[in-house]
Design a protein around this ligand. Sequence first.
Ligand code: GAP
Length: 507
Amino acid sequence: MNTSPAPANLMEAIVSLAKRRGFVFPSSEIYGGLNGFFDYGPLGVELKKNIRDCWWADMVRRRDDIVGIETSIIMHPKVWQASGHVAGFTDPLVDCKVSKQRYRADQLFFSPVVVDGSVVGYVSALESDRTAEDLQERAESLKRKRAIQGRLEPVLVRDLTEAKPEEIVLIPSPATGEPGSLTPPRAFNMMFETYVGALRDDSAVSYLRPETAQGMFVDFKSVVDTGRVKLPFGIAQIGRSFRNEITPRNFIFRSREFEQMEMEYFIHEDADWAKAHREWIDWCKGWLRSIGLPDSHLSEYDHPKEKLAFYSRGTTDIMFKYPFGVQELWGIAARGSYDLTQHANASGVPQVIFDEASKKKFTPHVIEPAVGVDRIFLAVLCAGYAEEEVKDEQGKVEKRTVLRLSPRIAPVKVAVLPLLKNKPELVAVAQALYRKLQRRYAVFYDEGGAIGRRYRRQDEIGTPWCVTIDFETIEKDGSFTLRERDSMAQRRIGEAELFALLDAQVF
Ligand code: GAP
């Protein structure tokens, strides 16, 4: 039976578990934390590393058509001019002049309050999975408070980027609840600036990269010149990116320092880009399933044609059902030859490839699947977290918290537990098995407390299996009890079988 908390409490439960069990901490916590920055604790780094390693193995090592690179975080500032980031990597920012709060205009919603066909005021609400309901409730409350008679019309949900100047002054600030303090939206560039070298003038301005993708475009020629690739082929990279987000939120979902896994798949200029795009969307969904995300939580969102950049052929986001709403997890964009052409024009270095098959030199087109490690991390916690009522060994009902993580990414693959810690013969066998397993897998050794309690501790951090060394192990055939996290079923298993099980399910 699954008695998992309601979505609002689910996020609270996940944030609390993440802190309590050492997955994620607020950054610089002893100084009060720094909004939009997080640290990963001992279990968090393992989980994050496993997500990265699985992606790298499947995306790069197990494919013949994709190679990996690692480029610097700070690149020549001209990279960001050519890519369009200096001029256009902006979000619409709205200030509240009274509270000094800042909002993203496309995440701040409003509606006129219309009674019997006349506008009697405005209401506002921040983006959530119940924005429309919030606006409606506020409209009803405004009508009630001002004792206005008549029929209230349903709210019209629009965001602040759609507000007319004369409306802005009438829309209440979410901070004060009063109109008159919100500024019109203005473009806010999200790149973090820094200075390279000893001088602190305009000539030394550079940027922390806001995406890893440009590294692949800028190194395209170097990769082609090493001669290992022919079309179609991809260049992949995992690394940190930095964005001065106006409103970092939802824990690690939107932060200011995060990690991306991006791949640029170069195709012939005459290739069927729509087919390649579709294949990559399917590949990405299949990969998410392979690390345990259920289909029921995944969906697709096609960006409307009229909202795409002029060079873009199409962008589809794989969406995930987070507790705070269905949100973008992985974007797959068909970008034509825009990026390479921009860098060719700005650098003067042609970004072309000679294609043996067509005997032509041209700038290839690209399909770009781009995903955030931290968003996957949060998705697997959200999909895997459950609270259940189960019976303990005495038949008493108790709560068990369990993280159903795929063995591929679970931070600990198996816990080794001697039944009793004061029996040296059990401890010696358990220690020997633990050391043997440790050479290949992340394993945990725990001899403290009742066995049931030790199982619960492992359930809570997502360990798929526990093995218990008991008297049968030393007195009979060396077999031990394998206890399975999800079903809690137990069976006897030998060492060879355990290694085979791990080998089949972990990699
Ligand atoms: N090169 C294309 C690109 O960077 P994006 O949609 O801006 O596209 C790709 O980012 C992915 O990176 C997103 O789908 C998301 O998973 C992740 N991401 C973007 N901004 C993020 C943030 N502030 N915090 C955490 N992850 C983020």
